[in-house]
Write a protein that binds this ligand. Structure first.
Ligand code: AMP
Length: 215
């Protein structure tokens, strides 16, 4: 499958993408994960991106398009992909459209995850992520805690709260989303590609996507 997952931070894009990869070998491409690993490695990209990320702002479009232009040409994308956190601005969406045309790739559709703001705020402040870059399993201290507090079930590494999951950064990320990313819903609606889903459980979201795919 070839899908874009749209939704505010904390709407569940990453969790849904991980579930979908298990269905048919499509790969999850998360620009947030790519940027976080660049920051950890201290690469040029990471140095350029870090300040924006900590402040809850978007990284400049040119940097993101540089990453995605290369990533979509990698071999593993041939079995399908789930774009998680990209595009996030109208210019990114317009450039992606041109890029996909050039690569002769057709999207199935664009999923918009509608989740109420109070649920999003609660999820983000209680989310914990495995600190092992190879694992990055996601937990929630209220609804999906790890078996041993602070330790990842899958790999045994410590689970952590991300730098951009402080209340201040979360508020800023939600404002950024409303200003710069929410307009993509209209953009993809006009393209005839939008699938709006009002569901808070990731299993219900996956079912709605499968139904639309006819799988
Ligand atoms: P995420 O994990 O998707 O919430 O991304 C974490 C941070 O990475 C965001 O708050 C942005 O600073 C940056 N980021 C991720 N994807 C993009 C994108 N497509 N465009 C601009 N910045 C991005």
């Amino acid at each position: 499958m070839r899908l874009i997952l749209l939704g505010a931070p904390g709407a569940g894009k990453g969790t849904v993408a991980k579930l979908l990869t298990q269905l048919d070998g499509s790969v999850q491409i998360s620009t947030g994960d790519i940027l976080r690993s660049a920051v950890r490695e201290g690469s040029d990209l990471g140095k350029k991106a870090q300040g924006y990320m900590t402040r809850g702002e978007l990284v400049p479009d040119a940097l993101i398009m540089g990453i995605m232009g290369e990533r979509l040409m990698e071999n593993d994308c041939k079995s399908g992909f789930l774009l998680d956190g990209f595009p996030r601005t109208i210019p990114q969406a317009e450039e992606l459209k041109i890029l996909l045309e050039k690569l002769h790739i057709t999207l199935d559709f664009v999923v918009n995850l509608n989740v109420p703001k109070n649920i999003i705020l609660d999820r983000l402040t209680t989310r914990r992520t495995c600190s092992n870059p190879e694992c990055q399993a996601i937990y929630n201290i209220k609804s999906m805690p790890s078996k041993v507090e602070g330790i990842c079930d899958k790999c045994g590494s410590p689970t952590i709260q991300r730098d951009d999951e402080t209340e201040e950064a979360i508020t800023k990320r939600l404002d950024t989303f409303n200003e710069q990313t929410a307009p993509l819903v209209d953009f993809y609606n006009n393209e005839g590609l939008l699938l709006d889903i009002n569901a808070t459980s990731s299993d219900a979201v996956v079912s709605a996507i499968r139904e639309r795919l006819g799988s």
